[in-house]
Design a protein. Sequence first.
Length: 280
Amino acid sequence: MSSIKQLLLHGLSILSCIWFFSNLMLWLTGLVLITPFKMIPLPWLQTKVVIPLAHGAYRAAVRVNSFWMQRIVGIEITIEGSVNRHPNPIVVCNHQSWFDIPLVQEVIAGRGPIVQFLIKRELVWVPIIGWICLVLNFPRLNRSGAASDRAQDLAAIESAAQSLNQAPGALLVFAEGSRFSDEKSERQNSPYPHLLKPKLGGFSTMLKYARPDTPVLDLTISYATGQAQFWRCLQGGTPRIRIRVEAFLAKDISDPEAWLNNRWQAKSAWLTQDMLVNER
């Protein structure tokens, strides 16, 4: 690749960053203005005004960023399967890149409720992204491994799960707990090619408090035509991204650990097949 083309691609990544963060900053301003009204204990105000405004701002930000990804950068996103219109699904997804988040938002929030996800506590200090997570009250985790922190993390997940049906919103869990890399996979001795071992805690807690008819949406994201690295995605380094959606019901998952392991086997097989197809 010529140096001029590389320079142009890096320029596109910079423009994409400016677009993404300017868009988020615009809607963050609206969310901040709405936040004080969340403190007013009037149910009608919350359900008829505050929540619709906050969620409308969230969806608008998702639509604008999706427009840029697909129409300007030229990424072709193929979604296989359908998303249930239920207001409070649980979403489980593999995790390879920061780019996973706008993709999941496009699949879920573009067709249904907003997406809340479990974040590391330190993320709230990241300008714009962290502030949005804070304003929308995303569950914040320590993930340090210490016993006291694990107890706090489970309490935060439990609180989020218990409030799941109080307002429209999907709860997303990246069950691997970290972004995939070959080095992490080797350290774990993961039996799942292209995936880290799933962690049971957060998902199990969500199921514990979910209503029986709650959809559990299993998303698998494949970057097989390029690289999952965030900077490369911003310049169209992965021209086509496939997302497979499979739907289940909470009442049908009697053994969360066995369910996760079975889903990870299916994900791994699908990702392997997709990579083989794109290598031909």
